[in-house]
Write a protein that binds this ligand. Sequence first.
Ligand SMILES: Cc1cc2nc3c(=O)[nH]c(=O)nc-3n(C[C@H](O)[C@H](O)[C@H](O)COP(=O)(O)O)c2cc1C
Length: 325
Amino acid sequence: MCAALTIRPVSALLESLGIELPVVQAGMGGGLAGHELAVAVAEAGGLGTIGTLPPRGLARELRAARAATRRPIAVNLIQPLVGRSHREVARDADVVVTHWGRPRRRAGGVWIHQCGSLAEARAAHAAGADAVIAQGVEAGGHTRAALPARELFERVRAALPDTYPVLLAGGIADAADVRAALEAGAAAAVLGTRFLMTEESGAHPGYKTRLVAGRETLLTDLFGFGWPAPHRVLPNAATRRWLRPDGRTPRAIRALNRISGPLGRLPLPGSPPAQRAGFPILTPYSVTVGRPDSQLEAGALYAGETVARIGDVAPAGELTRALAR
Ligand SMILES: Cc1cc2nc3c(=O)[nH]c(=O)nc-3n(C[C@H](O)[C@H](O)[C@H](O)COP(=O)(O)O)c2cc1C
């Protein structure tokens, strides 16, 4: 019996790429979303995305994805952290999803820009983006949004031409959420936290355990050394040690993060240095497989608000299909 399986139609843009399901796995940087995750999503019919990495790592992941699937693959570029070599690698992707910074086409192919405000969405549209993602404040990882995803989405949808594709990111965890996003007019649903909690994501096993148990997240700028930008994380020893009772980052750390901003433009190290929860240099590096267990308390455990509603680590292919039912 397959009566329960209702595959929703995808937008013309995704259809032109050969994507069957309106489900986009967000690029999650630093090794959280590598080729295993992107390929599993792509093979299931969604759009899989490789997250930002140093150029050689990004090229390796894209090659591995190409070897494993003939389906379209996206690459995510966090603009303040990437240079020309990243853009050269991104030329081999089917889709480039940019985030942060002035919206600019970074390579050929389809270009989607992830936005945190109506002004940013308008700028991306004017700069020639093929689509925008409206990212809400409930999203995991870095966000410049002040509004919940649905509210921002509605403003962006109303301001841009009817046929222009607007995707929705933030707060989407299950098939009912995907359906609601599509019914609101989204060209597709973009999910980060849900795909972080899969067998194929590159999150450290202890990070996955904490995600499954996680109920609460914090929007902070604590882990901003080299990239002083707001992000949503699970609490850990570093947040308990440094965040003030009102949740704010101490002024000295904010100043250090601000001054260190230009360091973010230097080439990313292949294997990031370990940091300590009690030492106020707190970088945005992800806590991936193979990093020391100590980083579970000292590093940024990115997660969106949906973590409170997700209680498992799922296989990404099955999950992609289930999200589109
Ligand atoms: C662990 C994690 C890492 C992320 N890293 C990136 C990133 O490197 N680049 C990016 O454009 N977005 C990143 N995001 C944000 C996603 O693109 C997306 O907007 C967000 O996950 C959607 O909200 P959700 O987490 O509620 O699904 C990240 C999200 C998470 C959860």
